[in-house]
Write a protein that binds this ligand. Structure first.
Ligand code: GLC
Ligand code: GLC
Length: 814
């Protein structure tokens, strides 16, 4: 069953009933001001940091779902009936409901009582504000008198404190209302120099800024007193819960449409210019008023919306494909790329599943996210790499997370996730391949943000490798530390105390438990760094890293091989994890994918064997599960992985993030049919028809789909913010379609299904647009190339002469 459909032309997903199985969200903003918005106008906004600069409130885990948002009420002043065109929060009957989630905007509309209303929400480029553009049309034969009420609930900035520290916060809330603009200024009188504003284009009939007055005691947002009686109270918040609500009266003739613009925004003043007059406690609004005035005009709104459209045209235009499969087309051309940008902006901070207070930017996560967005925003990718590297520790280790507002590592989580530093090498290599900008390696970057500690970025990469080499275990494999990619495989934790964090508790000395996964990753990273070094003519470095990679490759093949597949790890007792000798958790997906990706076992058949074992033991129709058999009970020495009920999350869930590793591995081995088959199993668009089971948005990947051991096999959770986005994007664009940036030029190495007759790609690479046509002539995926009409040996297109901006490529698969 479906709850809507794709509008591929407009790049929208159109939801046609409001009661989706879960709130289906979209993101507003692409630079510094962001929001999440659900299909019923739920969600919240923040400036840069979802935890530290939250503008509006949202109630996570609420019943009903999705409470708190950008609400608009309409009231027929003739009969007193009122409703919300976005269905929530009143949940009155609405006709013709639709929610169009598009690229950086959402349009929600419906018709009730013969009044059609639609609201467009978006954030203009370059501004720290969001626009709500409401259009109301009178479909009745007679004219109508309506009241429009807006409503947001302000968050007192620090979302964590806001939700917990009531003894203080019930006394601190402050607002100002000036010329119809509601300013939220809690703590502005002391150390904050920022405030929020909420403005409206129309003359107000009234306003409210105190929640309890607007709603009335013991009432919810579904029937506010002010709306019910059709008149605001002009309340001013003193403490308690500041809100913003405007009241506008409209008279509409039959057939008439009126537009009302609301602006919600964030503004900072210079410390010594906070007040106006300077001796007062009144906000200096001179700095923000021009912006407010500008966007309350229709022309500026239209212009900003058009600019946003062009922005996405530009970004998405960098890789467009036409294949015989519509799910591939729409994910590659629109939604997967869009999701990659969301992970770039949000990391794992704010979604329906991520409360915005839990995590900052993950070191491992952000480095991987880069793989999916580097071709769209290379300059911003550069900045992200340097920010990440600047939090690296002098030992080469890395803070697991950092806070985007301060760009500093988080001490509460700390470091010692032993895979972390290696991801930096992989992201830098991807950046170099995409951009050819070798200057980044010479950038002076601090360690732990300490001035004076700077070295060139290149040395950061070296220290990353040495971090692993300095921490080898009894078998010569990398010690795992708190965890590797799998945050929940905690081999040094042994926690028997409820509530302890599996990630930060480490009560073993960590000298025994080893990770085969990090072994594979090390081989890949060391090979990458060897290539980078060679290209910088650092030949002895290159030689050393190549040798280190070979040694580890050998260790993985001897100490990390179980007979039919790669082992997962050795535990604190030196026993195997992920082996046929284990009672449960005999085989894990991660090392099969990553070892093959690193090139381990390609020659001696181990790679093929490992992938066949995946197909036999881990693949399901909904995707490939993380391990088998699931852990049926809690294992003290394995940690969080066994804390999840079987089939969920890291305990044998389909952890979509690592499915593309297998897809890439299959593609590398030339197995296009199997690679594509796996790809489609988790492709959200291909799963749209089972939306009732899948439950999450059919237009973006979810982190997890319940595995075969779960009672809800096939049900997705944790949509949007997941490394799945970047890795699937890489898998399909670079390995199945096979258009791959390399140091020498663009490589054409498709591993497509045997029944595809061909496909085309238009891709910008280092300033040149390649228009690539691939045609199947034979059964296999061997490539014959013609570039601008000339036959070329091999499958690599060298960089064209300076000044060339377009290259035409004909590829024949034989
Ligand atoms: C989550 C984390 C990621 C981790 C994965 C597996 O997606 O964000 O860092 O690798 O879980 O545990
Ligand atoms: C939990 C999740 C895991 C995530 C981690 C982040 O362990 O299961 O997926 O990576 O939290 O701290």
């Amino acid at each position: 069953m479906r709850y809507g459909h794709f509008d591929d032309k407009k790049r929208e997903y159109v939801i046609t009933r409001p009661d989706t199985p879960l709130p289906w969200i979209n993101y507003l903003g692409c630079e510094a001001y962001f929001g999440i918005v659900s299909n019923t106008a739920g969600g919240y906004s923040f400036y840069r940091d979802a935890r530290l600069r939250r503008l509006t409130r949202y109630r996570y885990n609420n019943a009903p779902f999705d409470f708190g948002g950008r609400y608009i009420y309409l009231r027929d002043n003739g009969d007193g009936k009122f409703w919300s065109p976005s269905w929530q929060p009143t949940r009155q009957k609405v006709d013709d409901y639709s929610c169009r989630h598009g690229m950086g905007y959402t349009i929600i509309g419906s018709t009730s009582n013969r009044i059609k209303a639609e609201t467009l929400y978006f954030v203009p480029l370059g501004e720290n504000l969001e626009i709500w553009q409401l259009s109301v049309t009178n479909l009745r034969r007679k004219s109508v008198r309506l009241s429009v009420f807006s409503s947001v609930e302000f968050c007192l900035w620090d979302a964590q404190d806001d939700a917990t520290n009531f003894q203080r916060n019930f006394s601190t809330g402050q607002v100002e209302v000036d010329q119809g603009v509601i300013y939220h200024k809690t703590e502005y009188r002391e150390r904050r120099d920022h405030f929020a504003f909420f403005a409206c284009s129309e003359k107000l009939a009234g306003y409210d800024s105190q929640r309890d007055v607007f709603l009335g005691a013991y009432r919810g947002c579904d029937n506010p007193t002010a709306v019910e009686r059709g008149r605001s109270f002009n309340s001013i918040a003193h403490g308690w819960a500041p809100i913003g609500s405007h009241h506008v009266k409209l008279k509409l003739k039959s057939g008439e449409t009126r537009r009302v613009i609301f602006l919600l925004g964030y503004h900072e003043n210079l410390k010594d210019q906070k007040f106006d007059p300077p001796t007062s406690q009144t906000i200096n609004k001179r700095t923000v008023k021009p912006t407010i005035a500008k966007y309350l005009k229709q022309a500026a709104v239209d212009h900003a919306f058009e600019e946003l459209r062009q922005y996405w045209d530009r970004l998405l235009g960098r890789y467009q494909t036409k294949t015989p499969d519509e799910h591939t087309n729409r994910m590659v051309n629109v939604w997967n790329a869009y999701q990659c940008m969301a992970t770039f902006n949000m990391s794992r901070s704010a979604s329906f599943f991520e409360s915005g207070i839990g995590r900052g930017l993950g070191f491992r996560d952000s480095n991987q996210d880069l793989l999916g967005f580097v071709h769209m925003v290379p300059e911003r990718a550069r900045e992200r790499v340097l920010d990440l590297a600047a939090t690296q520790l002098e030992t080469g280790g890395a803070y697991h997370q950092y806070q985007p507002l301060t760009k500093r590592g988080n001490d509460d989580v700390g470091s010692n996730f032993n895979d972390d530093p290696l991801w930096l090498i992989l992201s830098v290599a991807a950046y170099l391949r995409e951009t050819g900008d070798w200057s980044i390696l010479d950038e002076q970057v601090t360690y732990n943000n300490k001035p004076g500690s700077e070295t060139p970025l290149y040395e950061h990469l070296e220290r990353s490798l040495h971090y692993t080499l300095d921490r080898l275990g009894p078998h010569g494999l990398p010690l795992i530390g708190r965890a590797d990619w799998n945050d929940c495989l905690n081999l040094n934790c042994f926690s028997d105390t409820p509530g302890q964090s599996f990630q930060t508790t480490t009560n073993k000395d960590g000298k025994v438990a080893e990770s085969v996964f990090i072994g594979g990753m090390f081989v890949l990273a060391a090979r990458e760094l060897a290539e980078i070094a060679a290209r910088r003519s650092l030949h002895s470095d290159a030689e050393a890293y190549r040798k280190a990679a070979e040694r580890m490759d050998e260790t993985v093949r001897t100490k990390g091989w179980d007979g039919e597949w790669f082992l997962r790890a050795y535990d604190d007792f030196g026993r195997k994890v992920g082996s046929k000798e284990c009672e449960e958790g005999k085989i894990f997906i991660e090392p099969q994918g990553f070892c093959v990706l690193a090139g381990i076992g390609l020659q001696d058949g181990l790679a093929r064997k490992a992938l066949d074992s995946v197909s036999k033991m881990l693949a399901t129709r909904h995707g490939i599960v993380l391990q088998q058999p699931a852990y049926s009970k809690y294992y003290l020495h394995l940690g969080e992985i066994s804390s999840y009920p079987p089939g969920y999350k890291e305990n044998a869930g389909i952890f979509c993030h690592n499915n593309p590793w297998i897809i890439i591995a299959e593609a590398m081995m030339g197995n296009g049919d199997r690679a594509f088959d796996y790809y489609l199993r988790i492709n959200p668009s291909a799963r749209e028809k089972i939306s009732q089971l899948h439950r999450c948005e059919p237009f973006v990947y979810a982190q997890m789909i319940a595995g075969k051991d779960a009672p809800t096999h096939g049900e997705a959770k944790n949509s949007w913010l997941t490394g799945t986005a970047a890795w699937n994007y890489v898998a399909i664009t670079q390995f199945i379609l096979g258009i791959r940036p390399t140091y020498e030029g663009l490589m054409i190495a498709p591993a497509i299904p045997s029944k595809w007759k061909g496909f085309s790609v238009s891709r910008v690479f280092q300033g040149v647009r390649y228009n690539i046509n691939v045609r199947r002539a034979g059964k296999r995926n061997r490539v014959r190339l013609k570039v601008d009409g000339h036959a070329l040996d091999g499958n690599l297109i060298p960089k064209p002469a300076a000044g060339v901006t377009q290259v035409a490529v004909e590829a024949v698969l034989e």
